[in-house]
Design a protein around this ligand. Sequence first.
Ligand code: GLU
Length: 553
Amino acid sequence: MTNKDLADLIFPNITKTIEDYEEMYPKRDLPDDAVVTRFAPSPTGFVHIGHIFSSFVANKVAKDTNGVFFLRIEDTDQERIVDGAITNILKDLSDYDITFDEGMVSETEEKGSYGPYLQSKRKEIYHTFIKHFLENGMAYPCFCSKEELEEIRTAQERRKDRIGYYGRYAKYRRTPIEESYNRIKAGEKFVIRLKSPGDFEKKVTVKDLVRGNITFPENDMDIVIMKQDGLPTYHFAHLVDDYLMRTTHIIRSDEWVSSLPVHVQLFSMLGVNPPKYAHLSPIMKDDNGTKRKLSKRKDPECAMHFYHEKGIPTEAVKLYLMTLANTNFEQWWDANKDKTIDDFKFSFSKISKSGGLFDMEKLNNISKNYLSRIKATEFYDMLVNYTKEYDKEFHELITKYKDFTIGLLNIEREQKKPRKDYASFSEVKELVWYMYDELFEKHEKIYEFKDVNDKEEILKLMNTYVEKYYDENDDQTTWFEKIKCLSEEFGYAREVKEYKENPNNYKGHVGDVSMVIRVALTTKSMTPNLYDIMKLFGKERILKRIKELEENF
Ligand code: GLU
């Protein structure tokens, strides 16, 4: 009896060979440096920032090199599958412009000629490879029950040996073929294990594109490659899929580094070169002075809907991910303000080895910079989208007063040093509520008057200003000149300098008067350019605000 007899017994219907599949999925016709890479999540229903990060990097590398980026769904662990997970993954990723050239496009459909891209649909392919391993004595059936595995473990603990199924502990490694054959024929349950040729005393060195050379002991574990349910384990599926899908680069999170000895061994047993590996360090968080991984349980910023709800523009998140991905990106972006991420060339050697530290303040700053550089109309459109979902009241106002809102968003924009007011769309309303009468009426009003805070004086100043000086059509220079005249009339210096030279001659200076006007109209002592605000208001609203002041201050 030979290995082939055993293989035929286990897989009677597998008639294809590895060569058949190699022909079906030929080497891709791409330039030499084109990167073929993938995102290979399990459909567990939760997309976290780590997924976005690694797929963002993989997508970028494929794009930069005119390669291929595909989505493979790793659903061999049937217990962890969640309904609608693929749709979820696709949506969360496309929000960040992470799109695929091949792979799953919905729960059931896919595109591309290297599929199926859903592992559960690849059973026959896996079986062909497992059959090949069996025929060549590189795998064997194992009949261990839970109890037997427990016994092995107890013995290892007692002897202080390494835990696992290997060497002398690999109970069925040396079982005669005939015995295995008969047990399977009799209907006994089994898994298939790799007959590892590795020697734990020997070392293997693997080159990682992020970490450089990593040296491990060789793998000597006879890992399970096919489970009782007939599906392969992750490690074996990775071998088959990334080989047949002609993946050139595996870009994934570093929790898989420890699997490298198994993965390179599998490729070598198959007699083919492994792809290149790049293991990305996880995004870390400073938790009261100690660095730890971002946690799904503890950190809301781990889940992508957090950024949605806060209204942090996706482009800002992408820019932030890029700064985490390549340490030289930020400087580049600063020097190339009109360029986008697409113009930047990603480099594996510029990835931080220690893992980026998630820094909300930094993300906010990047977001502020980004939002200050876009056009008001673009900002407006995004704000409309955001408020449509998260703030109905504000949505109604900004769509009702569209031009007014765009005008407001345009204040001190499109200039060399634009204002950087907003880090997210959720903050906008709280920063500009005083611009809208509807919001002004119901908002709590705390007038932030400074040095000049006498109600009578303020009202007198405001009334005189409107009656005597204010003209809607004035340009900014004339407008300011008139505020100077108003100042003079009321005993305030026209210039700050004059006041400083003779403080006793004046009640204050033109700055104090401008402050009175600013606070009287908006309640706020800090606002964007007052001239622009008043221009948007027009006379009627200015009069209304003075009346409000009279009643509320
Ligand atoms: N399915 C694995 C995961 O969920 C993929 C690992 C890999 O990219 O090789 O992370």
